[in-house]
Structure formats: C-alpha cells, structure tokens
Write a protein that binds this ligand. Structure first.
Ligand SMILES: [Zn+2]
Length: 444
C-alpha cells in the first residue's frame, strides 16, 4: 500500500485505522511520521495497531509514536519499558490505563476515565434489566440499539459487546489487569451487589458445554509421570477425578486422583510460597527505602564516572596536541591513544549500565513480593482457575505421579519455600529481595 494513497483514504473518511508491524515500517521518514501523528491528533485515525508496539491516542502515546517514527529500535524498546512501568504505576494509583468502556470516556486532561453523560444511565439500566433474569443478551442488545447507544468507536452494539459490558468490573469501580484484581478510583456506575447479581444470572444461563469445560479446574496443568501424556478429568458419583489420558501408549499409572485431594496438595505448595499481607507491606516498605538509597548511590557513581570520562577526554586532547607539535611519534601516539580510548569505552559502558539497569531489579522484586501475597489470597479465595495459573508461573514440569502432584519451583520461589520450611516464624525482610542478579522468573 502506498503511503500517500493510504493517507488520502483516511482523509476522505474511508478508513480510520492502520495496522502495521512496527511504527518504523509504517513511516519511512519523519515527514511521514509527522503526518500520521497529525492525523491522530485531528481524530482522523482512531486506531493504530502494531503487534510489536503499544499505542494509545493520548498525548503520551503520541509522543511515543513520534519517537518511534524517528528513532532507532533501541530507543523505542527502552521507552516501551518505561511505558509498561508507567502502566503499572497507573494501575497502582487505581487508574484504568486502557480505553474507556462504553458509558465512560478517556479524559484527555486527567488521563482518567470519566462518565459519559449521554450513555452511562443506559449502562446502569441494562445491568438492572439483566439482573431480573427476564432478559436475554439479545434483548439487552436490542434495547441498547433502540436507545441509539453506540460503542465508543461509533459501532452498533453487538451481542459480544453486550456480554463484555455485563461482565466488566470497571463499572462498579474495580479492574482486572493481567489477571490481578485492583480497586479503581473512577466514579462507579453500578454497585458491586448489582454486578454480582448479574454474574449469577449469566452463570445460570451459561451454555452447557461451557459449564463442562470450566468444571475441571486443573486441566492443562499436569502431565503423566509415567508416559508424559496429558492428564484428563472425569466426573464419577459427584466427584472429580484426574487421570492419565494414556494417549502415548505404554503407561504404568493406574491411579485416579480426586480433586479434593489435589486441592489439598496445591494448598500445601501455596502455603510454602505465601507471604501475609502484613509482611508484604513491610517488605514493600523496605523495598521503597532500598530504592531511594539505590537512586542516590547511582547518582553519585554516575557523577564520578562522568568526571573520569572528562579527564580521559582531556588527556586525549593533550596527546593529540603533543603529536601535532611533533613531540610524539605516530607510533607512540597510536599506542597511547588506543589505551585511552579503551578506558573511555569501558567507562561509558559502566555509565550506561548504571543508568539503565541500576534500578531495574526493583520493579520485578516488587512484583515478586506481590505474587507471594497473591498465594496467601488464593489460599483464602480458593479460586481454582487462578491457582492453576499461579502454579504454572511459579513452577515447571508439573507431573502427576502415584496420586502426587510434583513440580519444581522456579528461582526464587524455591528459596522462599526453603526459608518457610526452615522457620515457622514470620518472615523477616527476606534476603532474596536484595539480590540484584536474581532471575525473577515469570514476573520479571
Ligand atoms: Zn500415563
């Protein structure tokens, strides 16, 4: 597709979105890039999709895009990291980082989501309607269409959009981000109670095969120890049993494992890697302190390195002067210059290391600690689906052998488990948090 042709289509209103592999493939130069940004600003381009690049039509998103169009891949990558970090901070402040759902709009100034005065009462209405149990999704959709409610991208409401509305936690003031539950600070449209009622109605209406699929919570978690085939589940006399599918031929496993039994084993693992909310607070507090110290240290170190760098540059200049004044032979000059340049390079690399990686372990450490706290929460919520996801994150090679779930904990979860076996007391500020070179696994 030719670039000018594409822009003209968009200008005529025949398209309002672009899909491209990466911004640097979309725009060949800064002029092209500038045009695209201008179009986004004018609202002619409503969505830009890059599988390799995150973009949101906010001032920050536009800034990133302008960088992406003009700069090297390296620059883009590091910015993207910062944005991810920014996203997490946003989540922590209770702000939804994505597009506003129907009934809300993204406020360009505060970058929060605020009520859409025209639509929000209809959202409330459909929750109330569905909660009565008297309406189907289709009827709800038709109601929204009759009232002229469009999606935020001005499309007619579909059945799946209707379902998305009725299951979106944002409407009562919470948000699910990367599978984790957070409280939000925006104004809710409905109560949590109404939301729960709607979920109940929807669950009871759920199609049969969906119920069946979700019933066996721990499918896809384990393999058979004997033959390596996957584990299946079946219902017998009101109980769920897990067993080998025997799809790989010879297998020695003869046992069936009851779900209640499996759940107990899983809880034992969770117990080993759990951190109470109280201790989590303590550790996070320590981490914040650590962060401030590390920041100061980094600043001083980088300053010193920069002074050294200056000195070497001065030496190089003097060396050149000597050479130009014929006080130094070409050979001597070349040897000495080489030495200084090597030093210069090494110092520069160290500065880069400090500036880029100096604090980069903190965020993973934080998320790691939060994940330990998640184990505690899972123990009380007993949410089996989330337990499965969690087990996959903290361990590898999950197998079922002789009615036993066996897997190896990833670093640094293995260290936590060891520590919790060694002491029954409360965890003190754990040493593993201070290890900068730890591989922090799936949360890194
Ligand atoms: Zn088997």
């Amino acid at each position: 597709m030719k670039f000018a042709e594409m822009l003209s289509l968009i200008e005529k209103g025949k398209a309002d979105g672009i899909i491209s592999w990466h911004p640097d493939r979309l725009a060949r130069n800064s002029v092209d890039g500038g045009k695209i940004i201008h179009f986004v600003d004018r609202g002619l381009i409503k969505s830009l999709k890059f599988p390799t690049f995150w973009f949101e039509p906010t001032p920050q998103g536009l800034f990133m895009l302008s960088i992406a169009f003009g700069q090297s891949k390296y620059f883009v990558d590091s910015l993207r990291e910062n944005v991810k970090r920014g996203l997490r901070q946003k989540i922590r402040r209770g702000e939804w980082p994505g597009k506003a759902p129907i009934g809300y709009i993204n406020d360009r100034n505060t970058r929060k989501i605020i009520l859409n005065k025209k639509k929000y009462s209809y959202i409330k209405k459909v929750f109330e309607m569905y909660a009565t149990g008297k309406y189907t999704l289709l009827q709800i959709r038709n109601f929204l269409r009759e009232k002229g409610v469009l999606s935020n991208t001005n499309k007619p409401i579909s059945i799946s959009m209707t379902q998305n509305i009725l299951t979106n936690h944002l409407y009562y003031g919470a948000m699910i981000y990367k599978g984790e539950y957070h409280l939000a600070t925006h104004e809710p449209i409905i109560s949590k109670k109404l939301f729960d009622k709607v979920q109940e109605v929807m669950k009871n209406r759920g199609r049969v095969h969906e119920i069946k699929k979700h019933n066996f919570s721990f499918l896809g978690l384990m393999k058979c120890a004997s033959c390596g085939a996957s584990i299946t589940a079946e219902k017998q006399k009101g109980h769920h049993y897990y067993r080998c599918t025997k799809k790989k031929g010879l297998c020695q496993e003869k046992h069936f494992l009851r779900e209640e039994n499996l759940l107990e084993q899983i809880k034992t693992y969770l117990q080993k890697v759990s951190l109470s909310s109280q201790d989590t607070e303590k550790v996070l507090f320590e981490l914040d302190k650590e962060k401030e110290q590390a920041k100061e240290q980094t600043k001083t170190t980088v300053q010193n390195l920069k002074i050294q760098l200056k000195e070497i540059e001065t030496k190089l200049e003097k060396l050149l002067d000597l050479h130009l004044e014929d006080n130094l032979s070409t050979e001597e000059y070349s040897v000495k210059k080489q030495k200084f340049l090597t030093e210069k390079l090494e110092i520069q690399e160290r500065i880069n290391d400090f500036e880029q990686k100096g604090l980069s372990w903190l965020e993973p450490a934080r998320e790691f600690v939060l994940s330990l706290n998640q184990a505690t929460k899972l123990l009380s919520s007993e949410n089996k689906e989330e337990m499965k996801t969690f087990l996959k994150n903290i361990g590898s090679n999950h197998i079922l052998q002789n009615r036993q779930l066996i897997f190896s904990l990833k670093i640094p979860y293995d260290l936590v488990a060891e520590q919790s076996e060694a002491t029954t007391n409360l965890l003190t500020f754990p040493k593993w948090c201070a290890h900068q070179d730890l591989n922090l696994g799936p949360f890194a």
